[in-house]
Each structure stands twice: as structure tokens, then as C-alpha cells.
Design a protein around this ligand. Structure first.
Ligand code: SF4
Length: 326
């Protein structure tokens, strides 16, 4: 029996290189050694975007296409959409009965996100309670591991605490999942800030080759390197940060050396990076194209995933109801 790993992603926008090099490439590795459950967290997207829902179905579908294009394999992993499994909501209600409010209020991301998203009214129960929904997402499948970045680790701790509370109040039903800390490289966007759709600086998986090349062409570099003959400093150049993630060691060494001596210009350097990225993204683009030509394939994947997920979720819910006595 393989250990089970579970993770989800909110359909809040198109996926970019930062998502590919972070969560997504991690998932494609995890599916080889774990029993993977990967889901589109469309209900979670409502916790901060409840007033703008027109795109949610399209983004959900596009997200599944991006996952499959990037190598997530429905023959190896269970891929599904959260809202296809109402049992997540039922377990959320039951767990919310036993979760003290201060446990939710002290989750660091609760205050942080409220401050960051000050244009929205996040004084809702849905926003305060979404870590309980996350807990339900994990516990309903008895996941052994939850892959998260360090900022999400308190959410897994909360999941463990709620599982312990349930097990001691009623009967031992839930496993306490472990955190699988994942390190994602910090990818700069075209303006040098962290790559993010909110900064409008991202290179998307669905960008065409032409768009990708154009975005790289205008990407910021070492600001002190104004002329072709000026030597540059790769350590302060966002283009070099992308080289470090995507290029081969000989190319990284060449750029590191020849930028400092002005042997290469930024146009040459970006050209090397463009060739590398095009080579690496070509299979993703080709797969995406093929999937878009047969839309029924996406429906099949998520329906089959929901079917498999439902069997596990139903078994857990029977134990939960029996333990509570309802
Ligand atoms: S040559 Fe490359 S690493 Fe050096 S400043 Fe230009 S883009 Fe950056």
C-alpha cells in the first residue's frame, strides 16, 4: 500500500511558470511514489472571490487542462473537482461544530490575507472557516501527507489538532496527516518582482511561443547594464534567476562568466533562455493542444476522479456519522 498524499489548488487564474516549477512539478513527482489525490478547490476560491464567480467554471476546466498538459496522469493519480464531492461540505459542517474559533483566528494567513486583500470584505464565516474546509478535504481521504510550503504549515497543524479533538471526543476515525514541506524556487516575473498574476508579470503555460519570446525580450535585467559594452552582474538580474531554474549547468556558467565580461549582451542571454524554455514547454503546449481538441477527455478525467474519490469519502463519512451517533 502506497502512502496517500493530497493537495488542491484554487482556480483563481491561469497557471504560470511559478506554479509549474512549484506545486505542479512537485505533484508530477509525487504521483510516482504516492497515491496522489489532487483536486481543484473551487469552493475555496469562493472564500475570497465570492462576489466574482463568472469565470470559475472556465478557470476550473483550464486548470485541469494545465495539470494534464504538465504531466499529471489520471492513471496514476485521482484528479477531481471539490464541488463534485458534497461530502467535503458535510464533513466541514461536522468539524466546525468541534473547532474553537480562536484556533481559526490565530492562523497567521487569516490576518495577513485580510490585510493584503483590503479591497474585499473578508469578515465572512466562509473566510474564517476555510481552514476547516481544508481540514475536511484532507481528513475525508485519510491522507498521510499534505505537501505545503512553509507558510501553509500552520494549516496542517490545525488539521492535526481537529483530527485529535474529533478522535478523543468520539472514536478514533482520523489519521493525523504529516506535513510534506516542499521548497519552490522563487521565480521572478518579467518586472523582477515575484511572478504573480496580480502583478501582471507572469509567463503563462498557455502563452504561445511568440508571447513567451516577447515577454522575455522586454524582461528587466541588471539595471546598471545600460550599454552592450557594460559588464553586468548576474546576481542582481532576474533573467539570470530564471536561467538558474531552467538552464543547463554549462549555460548557467557561460552566462555567469560572459555577462560579467560583457562578452554576451542581454539579447543573446535572453535568447539562450528562450530556447531552453521553448524546448521545455513544447511538450506541455503540444499536450494542451491535443486535450483542447478532445474536450470530452477532461470530463472523463474529472468524472472518473470523482468516482474514485467518492468511494473513499463515503467510507470515511460512514465512520464519522457512526462515531458521532447520527
Ligand atoms: S547578460 Fe543576462 S544575466 Fe547579464 S544582465 Fe543581461 S540578461 Fe542579465
Amino acid at each position: 500500500m502506497k502512502s496517500r498524499v493530497l493537495s488542491g489548488m484554487q482556480p483563481s487564474g491561469r497557471l504560470h511558470l511559478g506554479n509549474l516549477s512549484g506545486a505542479l512539478s512537485n505533484w508530477t513527482k509525487l504521483q510516482e511514489t504516492y497515491e496522489g489525490y489532487f483536486f481543484v478547490a473551487d469552493w475555496h476560491a469562493l472564500s475570497t472571490n465570492y462576489s466574482e464567480t463568472t469565470q470559475i467554471k472556465t478557470l476550473t476546466r483550464e486548470m485541469v487542462i494545465d495539470w494534464l498538459s504538465a504531466g499529471l496522469d489520471p492513471n496514476k493519480a485521482t484528479i477531481f473537482i471539490q464541488s463534485d464531492l458534497p461530502d467535503h461540505a458535510v464533513l466541514h459542517v461536522l468539524l466546525s461544530m468541534i473547532t474553537p474559533i480562536p484556533w481559526l483566528e490565530r492562523i497567521p494567513t487569516y490576518k495577513e490575507q485580510q490585510e493584503q486583500l483590503e479591497d474585499r470584505d473578508l469578515s465572512t464565516y466562509g473566510f474564517l472557516g476555510y481552514p476547516i474546509l481544508q481540514t475536511a478535504d484532507v481528513l475525508i481521504y485519510n491522507a498521510d501527507f499534505v505537501p505545503v510550503g512553509i507558510d501553509q504549515a500552520p494549516h496542517v497543524e490545525l488539521t492535526r489538532a481537529i483530527a485529535r479533538r474529533f478522535n478523543s471526543l468520539y472514536k478514533p476515525v482520523f489519521k493525523e496527516p504529516q506535513t510534506l514541506l516542499t521548497e519552490a524556487p522563487k521565480l521572478p516575473g518579467t518586472d523582477g518582482r515575484k511572478m504573480s498574476k496580480s502583478y501582471n508579470n507572469a509567463i503563462y503555460l498557455s502563452d504561445s511561443e511568440k508571447t513567451l519570446r516577447e515577454k522575455l525580450r522586454t524582461m528587466v535585467t541588471d539595471p546598471a547594464r545600460k550599454r552592450r559594452t557594460d559588464p553586468g552582474d548576474p546576481n542582481i538580474c532576474p533573467v539570470f534567476d530564471l536561467h538558474k531554474v531552467y538552464s543547463s549547468t554549462p549555460v548557467i556558467e557561460q552566462v555567469n562568466c560572459e555577462c560579467r565580461t560583457a562578452k554576451i549582451g542581454c539579447i543573446d542571454c535572453k535568447q539562450f533562455l528562450a530556447e531552453t524554455l521553448v524546448t521545455q514547454l513544447n511538450p506541455v503546449w503540444e499536450k494542451g493542444c491535443a486535450i483542447r481538441k478532445s474536450p470530452a477527455m477532461v470530463d472523463d478525467v474529472v468524472q472518473e476522479g470523482a468516482k474514485r474519490a467518492r468511494m473513499t469519502a463515503n467510507t470515511t463519512m460512514q465512520k464519522v456519522c457512526k462515531a458521532i451517533g447520527i
